[in-house]
Each structure stands twice: as C-alpha cells, then as structure tokens.
Design a protein around this ligand. Structure first.
Ligand code: FES
Ligand SMILES: [Fe+2]
Length: 442
C-alpha cells in the first residue's frame, strides 16, 4: 500500500510562532497537547518534532525538568559503585545526586545537598570511607544517608532537634545488567515497569555478568534527541554507512519492540557477508540460536543506546549539555566467557564502531545545523523505517505533557498485524538461515 504524506496544521510555524497564541517560552507552553499534534497523529500521518525542540533554550530547560527529572535516567555502570564508600556524583536533569553502596551492600542514592544549609556534599566521584561528610560545617552522614554527627551543634541545644529528621533526601537508584539508573521523581513507575519486557527479552545475555572492557567520551554538536533518533532508524544505513550496510543489510532488519520505554530493532543474521570486523571476538557462551546470530539495537528512553552483538556490547549513554551539545559516554562490554583481551585484540572491533559512530556524529551534527538554520515545519516520518521515532516522540510528548509521572503511558509492543509490512516480530530467526556459516563456526 502506498502511503501518502498527510499535511497537518503545523504545531510550530516556520517563523517560530506556535499554533494559537503561544510564544516559545516556559514549561507550560510545552506541556500543552496542541504543540504535539504532529506526534500524536497516527504513524502514517505523523510528522517529526518541530525544530525548536532541538534548538530552543526554553524547551531545553522544560525538558530537563519535565522529561529528565521524571524518567529513569542511565547514569553509569553498576561496576563503578561496586563497594561501600565509593561515591559517584551524577546529574539527572538539573539535579545533582550522589550514589553509593551502604555497609550492607545496598545501592543508595541521595540528593547532593546537605540537610544543614544545603551545601553540595561531593563535587566529583570519590572514596568516602564510612561517612559522607559535608565540607562546610562537617555534618557527617552514614552511607545509608542517616545523619550521624553535627559538630558543636548541641552546645546550645535546640528544642526537639532530632538527627533522625535530617537524613539525606533519598533518590531511587536501580540497575539492569551493568547499567545504573536513577530517578529523582518518586511518582515515576519502578524501573522494572519502565523497562517493560526488555530484561526478559534480553535475559539470555546475562548482562549482569558482563564486564567493562574500555570507555571513551565524545562531544557531539547536536541535540540528544537527534542522536537517539538516528540510532533508532536504519533508513540512512546505505548512504551514511556504506561499509556497515555490507555486513548489516537493510533487508535483514526487523523491529524488536515489546511493552516498555524503549525502541528497538534487530539484525538477523548479524553479518551479511564475509567481512567480520564486529565478529572477530568469540560469541558469548550459552546464547540461544536467535541471540547467537542477531544484533540487537535498543534505545532505552531517554538516554541509552545499546548495540548488542553476540560477542560484545557497544553502549552509548547521552548527557545533554545544551540544546545543541551532547556528551556521549561510550562503553564496550564483553561477556564473562571471553578471556581477558588486549587493546590490540579489541582494536578491530573498536575501530569498526568508531568509524560507524563518526559517520553518525557527522550526520547528526549536520542535522542540528539544518534544524537550527532552517526552522522549517517538520516533515512526514517514513512508516517503513521511522515507526520507532514515532514511538520515541510520543514518549517525549507523554513525559512533557503528563501532570504526574505515574501517568506516563508506557507503550505496548509491536502490532503483529503489521509484522509483514514493517518487519516486526519477536526475536526473528529465519528458519532458512544456516547458523553454521557465519557465527558459530568462528
Ligand atoms: S551546610 Fe553542610 S554542614 Fe553546614
Ligand atoms: Fe547510523
């Protein structure tokens, strides 16, 4: 069926005026459903986000408080806080939080602010021993957040003062596999609900046992949404990544989306020709046949992108810095069955990904320049390839418009009736594919 683009009344006009009476300022403007009309339309009638959502300082500020401060945000790797007394300092939206393990090994998160006069407790990741101590007047907190010491404070006692009332303010922290998440809004559903079927769907990999091999950081002159949108569609594959397209063929892509705050696709089989840059390391032991021959590409809302191959994971965590600037924290993970590898062993895999990533960075920076300079009315999404963007845009719209994060609509899974046309389906593993040829023989 041929799908014709449908013209919508633009949510934001080319000159920057919002439909109706709005100016592009203030949180309230962006919480109004009318701004999201092109996103709320059905896929075949939907449009991309207005350019101001990638460039406007006011939108960026609103997004920080309404989206990032009401979502489960990935803030690092669980291995970074493996032992009590190790303290991480991370930013979630506009909030600074600290994360540690208490003496019993329980993961703990707190607002990075002293309960005396609010001073920042830690400026950078550090070791604190048994006590989190404020640098100002030396109030001391246990690793469980309880207020333990208040120097000289009781020399003139205050009526009714009880240290038990002044513990650090807790922030929820949780893990999935090696990923460490934090959420600063108590009303947001728990992480397990947020992730939906993803932990089960990807349970066969046993990510909690994988290890960090190496890390790298990139600064990208583009809005964080452009980066994750680019990751979610393979429409650009043939033109932006001609080398990648040889091993990861457009025709071998399928959707990979169940219920949960994520967008996903799979490539099955993972390697379409003899070139094997991303398969030089041995596959993880114990994978089922589908995982063994597939690449899983999953963007967990809002800020994580996972490229899961049978033998390694390339993980990107996004930290928005400004509307047009994002820090990418990249991590390579290896399965426990792979012996220690040298940087040399890893070089081919790393350079493969860095080439692909550089191609993506070039195109998203160009995308940013275009939306900044053009400010044109957003165009139609391609239903064949860009359904995950539609799903993602609706998650953005939901978090920006909902009154309470307990009302965020966690999307359902792919519609099976669309499977043939859109290449969806759970864990496809074409029966005709000869498993021995490309992966298990390595
Ligand atoms: S502000 Fe922390 S002890 Fe005074
Ligand atoms: Fe790409």
């Amino acid at each position: 069926m041929k799908i014709e683009p449908v013209h919508h009344e633009p949510a934001v006009h080319a000159d920057g005026r919002v439909q109706g009476d709005g100016r592009l300022q203030g949180v309230g403007r962006w919480a109004d459903e009318s701004v999201w009309a092109g996103t709320r339309a059905p896929l075949a009638e939907s449009t991309g986000l207005p350019p101001q959502m990638y460039t406007d300082e006011g939108f960026f500020a609103a997004e920080r408080s309404r989206l990032f401060e009401r979502s489960w945000v990935a803030v690092g790797n669980a291995a970074e806080v493996a032992v009590p007394g190790r303290l991480l300092v991370r930013r979630v939206g506009g909030r600074s939080i600290i994360i540690t393990r208490d003496q019993t090994g329980v993961l703990r998160g707190f607002v990075n602010s002293c309960r005396h006069r609010g001073t920042e407790l830690a400026a950078t990741d550090c070791e604190v021993g048994n006590t989190i101590r404020c640098p100002y007047h030396r109030w001391g907190y246990g690793l469980d957040g309880s207020l333990q010491s208040t120097p000289f404070f009781e020399e003139i006692p205050r009526d009714g003062f009880d240290r038990g009332d002044f513990g650090l303010v807790e922030v929820r922290v949780d893990t999935w596999g090696l990923l460490l998440f934090a959420c600063v809004d108590a009303a947001t559903p728990p992480l397990r609900e947020w992730l939906g079927d993803l932990p089960d769907r990807m349970g066969g990999y046993g990510f909690e046992h994988w290890r960090v091999q190496s890390e790298a950081t990139f600064e990208v002159r583009a809005n964080w949404k452009l980066i994750t949108e680019n990751f979610q569609e393979y429409y650009h594959l043939s033109w932006v990544h001609p080398e990648l397209a040889k091993v990861s063929r457009v025709a071998d892509h399928y959707r990979y989306q169940g219920p949960g705050m994520y967008c996903g696709q799979t490539t099955t089989p993972v390697s379409g020709d003899d070139r094997d840059d991303w398969l030089v390391l041995p596959p993880a032991a114990g994978l089922n046949q589908s995982d063994l021959v597939s690449g899983r590409f999953v963007a967990v809302f809002p800020n994580v992108m996972l490229a899961v191959l049978p033998n390694h994971v390339f993980l990107i965590r996004l930290e928005p810095v400004a509307p047009g600037l994002t820090r990418e924290r990249c991590t390579f993970l290896l399965p426990p069955s792979t012996p220690e590898v040298s940087d040399e062993d890893m070089a081919q895999t790393r350079s493969f990904w860095f080439d692909v990533n550089n191609e993506d960075i070039d195109i998203v920076e160009r995308g940013q320049r275009g939306v900044a300079a053009g400010a044109v009315v957003p165009g139609p999404l391609a239903p064949r390839f860009e359904e995950p963007l539609h799903r993602f845009h609706n998650m953005v719209a939901d978090t920006m418009t909902c009154d309470c994060p307990s009302d965020i609509a966690i999307p359902g899974g792919d519609d099976d009736s669309e499977a043939a046309r859109l290449g969806s389906g759970l864990n496809p593993c074409p029966p005709e594919f000869d498993l021995d040829i490309r992966v298990s023989a390595r």
